[in-house]
Design a protein around this ligand. Structure first.
Ligand SMILES: [Zn+2]
Length: 121
C-alpha cells in the first residue's frame, strides 16, 4: 500500500471494526458469564459504545457506508491479504487487483466475498 492516506483510512476502519466486534462479544449472552468472571462490567460496554461513536465520526462517511454494508453480511468486514489470498474467504485474488495501481480513493474489496482488503504488502 503506497498511499499513506489509504493506510490511515484502513487503520481507522480496522479500529472501528475491533470495537464493533468487542461490543458484539459483550452483548452475546453466551459470553456474558465469562466476561463477568473476567470482571467485565456494563460500564465497560458503555465505554465501548462511546468509543464506537467517536470512531464512526473519525472515519470517512463514504468508507463508513461501505463498511456498514459489508458488516451486515460479515461480522469481520475488513480482512488482511496474505500472499494474494483474501483471508476472509481464502480465495486467490485476481492479478487485476493490485495495490500499486489501485485508485487510492477507492477501498479495495474482494471480488468473491466483498470484504474490504487490508493489504499490508
Ligand atoms: Zn474474500
Amino acid at each position: 500500500m503506497s498511499d499513506g492516506r489509504t493506510l490511515e483510512r484502513l487503520q481507522k476502519l480496522s479500529h472501528l471494526q475491533d470495537i464493533e466486534l468487542m461490543i458484539r462479544e459483550a452483548e452475546d449472552t453466551k459470553t456474558k458469564q465469562r466476561e463477568e468472571e473476567m470482571g467485565f462490567t456494563l460500564q465497560g460496554l458503555e465505554k465501548l459504545r462511546a468509543a464506537r461513536e467517536k470512531w464512526r465520526n473519525q472515519v470517512d462517511p463514504k468508507d463508513l457506508r461501505v463498511f456498514d454494508r459489508i458488516a451486515k453480511r460479515h461480522p469481520r468486514a475488513i480482512v488482511p491479504v496474505e500472499d494474494r489470498i483474501c483471508l476472509g474467504c481464502y480465495m486467490a485474488l485476481p492479478t487485476s487487483i493490485n495495490p500499486a495501481t489501485a485508485d487510492p480513493d477507492r477501498l479495495m474489496t474482494c471480488e468473491n466475498c466483498g470484504r474490504i482488503l487490508f493489504w499490508l504488502e
